[in-house]
Ligand binder design. Structure first.
Ligand code: FUL
Length: 473
């Protein structure tokens, strides 16, 4: 009898977390799934602009200007690791064209700088530091190059791909390749000093560049305004849309399009799965400016950004401008650690564990939705209304709710309501739309007796992978 019950239990558990459910297309690729679990990682803007105190260099800067005095990529990696981030995306080349590695295809690089007497390779140093601190390495390579004499011609595309090949061949595993939407305009262009406009849709021949990346780094995700793996969130403030579909009609967007932001919430019936990435700087500028040393964002602001990016079906790419010494400035480091301490203590105890959960009035097990494993899930019964009720035997002070869908089988939920029970009364906290990989909802601190999540509309049966209740105090 005992064995029989165990067998039934195994069958039940297997049924509620297996993949016998039909996917709702589009679904993420393996590389997107791996990336999606990273959630929070660092951008580093450090290059020629650090030394000229600019945001965009013209392309005529002398390599002799690049001269960090105490450059230490181990310091970056250590602080980033201690901040709970999972990787680093570095500006290997920004719009001014200066390359942080000794590229064989240009003289405009570290090899002609005083740093390490021209013998340095910053990308190599960063690769080693990332390996040492178990972080992933990503590359920002600006498609626009205001230094290169042939920018705007076919030859420049060859140059761009040659540089990409160097970066994707010589520095180990690259997790993300980042392409900026800012393209074409005035520049030095090898002394021509003119304005070069390019057709953003056709000039770069992106499909062939993407194939090259797939060949050299099959696990890397490619970021641009339009994907193909990750798309821009549509602003640089750190805020994703409340409604965020990871689906988009890929042909409706292209890199550098002017009115891109109108597509930033995605499209419910979009043909491709291309989730958003939220990029924002910890300071007003992307690059280091000494006059911004006291303008590092407050802890409250960074927490707000976290909830509005990671908590809105997006990822957070937080930029740290490394300073002229070649170090993360003390003020930034302190704030990064403060944010980490907040996140660590807040999300330590899921207050839902050891409570009673029923779905449409039937008692169910909490196992799959509180195991912090996005691959296990509980399938609801219908694609219309489902009510998940969680009741506590003793009220629990709380102010954060978390819910995730199993996105491996496609994003589904279109509308939900979230309520809490306080003083024996139900209060509506959020009338929401999409959920996706993670939805975090904050409310004012209260003694919560129960939670009610009504999934009101969904493309197919909702697959709930995580539920959480937390207190940030
Ligand atoms: C923008 C660039 O023009 C900025 O300089 C910065 O690199 C930011 C992340 O992307 O489009």
């Amino acid at each position: 009898m005992k064995n029989f019950i165990i067998l039934i239990l195994i069958v039940f558990i297997h049924f509620s977390c297996n993949d016998s459910f039909e996917p709702v297309n589009p679904i993420p690729s393996e590389r997107q799934k791996v990336w999606q679990e990273m959630e929070y990682y660092a951008f580093i803007h450090f290059n020629m602009n650090t030394f000229t105190n600019l945001e965009w260099g013209y392309g005529n800067e002398s390599p002799s200007t690049f001269n960090p005095t105490e450059l230490d990529t181990d310091q970056w990696a250590r602080i980033i690791k201690e901040s709970g981030m999972k990787g680093i995306v570095i500006t290997a080349k920004h719009h001014d064209g200066f390359s942080l590695w000794p590229s064989n295809y240009t003289e405009h690089s570290v090899k002609n700088s005083p740093w390490k007497n021209g013998k340095g390779d910053l990308i190599k140093e960063l690769q080693n530091s990332c390996e040492k601190f178990d972080l992933k390495l990503g590359i920002y390579l600006s498609p626009w190059d205001r230094n290169h004499s042939e920018y705007g011609t076919e030859n420049y595309i060859k140059y761009f791909r040659n540089q990409l090949t160097e970066l994707l061949t010589n520095y180990g595993e690259i997790f993300e390749v980042w392409f900026d939407g800012a393209n074409g305009g005035s520049g030095f262009y090898g002394g021509a000093d003119d304005i070069r406009k390019v057709d953003k849709k056709t000039y770069y021949d992106w499909p062939n560049t993407y194939s090259l990346i797939r060949k050299l780094q099959p696990n890397a995700v490619i970021f641009s305004d339009s994907g193909p793996d990750i798309r821009w969130v549509g602003n640089e403030k750190g805020y994703a849309n409340k409604t965020t579909w990871s689906n988009i009609y890929r042909d409706s967007v292209y890199t550098g399009m002017v009115d891109y932001s109108k597509f930033s919430s995605g499209q419910e019936n979009g043909t491709h799965y291309i989730p958003t990435e939220t990029d924002v700087s910890i300071r007003p500028g992307w690059y280091y400016h000494p006059e911004q040393d006291d303008k590092v964002k407050s802890l409250e602001k960074l927490i707000d950004i976290y909830f509005n990016s990671v908590g809105l079906n997006s990822s957070l790419l937080l930029n740290i401008p490394v300073d002229t010494r070649g170090l993360i400035h003390e003020n930034d480091a302190q704030r990064m650690i403060e944010l980490h301490n907040y996140l660590k203590s807040t999300f330590k105890n899921n207050l839902i564990t050891n409570s009673k959960i029923s779905i449409n009035k039937r008692k169910v097990s909490l196992k799959n939705v509180t195991d912090k494993d996005f691959n296990t899930f509980h399938a609801l019964k219908s694609k219309e209304k489902n009510i998940i009720t969680i009741s506590f035997n003793k009220e629990r002070p709380a102010n954060i709710f978390e819910i995730s869908e199993n996105i491996n089988l496609g994003q589904r939920v279109k509308a939900f309501n979230f309520e809490i029970k306080v003083n024996n009364k139900w209060q509506t906290i959020e009338k929401g739309t999409t959920i996706g990989s993670k939805r975090l909802i904050r409310f004012s601190n209260d003694n919560v007796q129960g939670l009610r999540i009504s999934i009101l509309d969904s493309k197919d049966v909702p697959l709930i992978s995580e539920l959480g209740l937390y207190s940030s105090n």
